[in-house]
Design a protein around this ligand. Structure first.
Ligand SMILES: [Zn+2]
Length: 123
């Protein structure tokens, strides 16, 4: 594969994978968002749960996340705008019926003890 799932031109192993494996923390909200997209693309549900802010974690159960990530085919991420703690993006995917879908979201993130967490998304 050329480039990372998240759309960066560097390879997954050098881009999002070290974050997903927990080797390093994501330095910015945008990098967390990108790595969470790559986690969806690779079915890394633990990472998606662990990077969701503790106050919101009960709303996202691992089984549902895994089912959602695996029933879709993740095609492309497009980051439209990012600030220090927000990212607006479009995620392109095929749903379980292979119908093309676009998920548009404005996400808010929070830095806590040196780690970025996903707090909430507006669709
Ligand atoms: Zn990446």
């Amino acid at each position: 594969m050329l480039g990372c799932y998240c759309g960066n031109s560097i390879a997954f192993q050098d881009c999002c994978e070290p974050y997903i494996k927990g080797i390093t923390n994501t330095p910015t909200a945008e990098k967390l968002m990108r790595s969470r997209y790559s986690a969806f693309a690779t079915g890394a549900a633990d990472y998606l749960v662990n990077t969701t802010h503790i106050s919101k974690r009960k709303l996202h159960n691992k089984k549902d996340i895994l089912a959602w990530s695996q029933s879709n085919t993740w095609l492309k991420l497009e980051v439209l705008k990012s600030t220090e703690n927000t990212v607006t993006f479009k995620a392109y995917y095929l749903d379980e019926n292979l119908k093309a879908q676009v998920h548009y979201e404005h996400s808010t993130f929070k830095l806590e003890n040196g780690k970025w967490f996903y707090v909430v998304g507006e669709y």
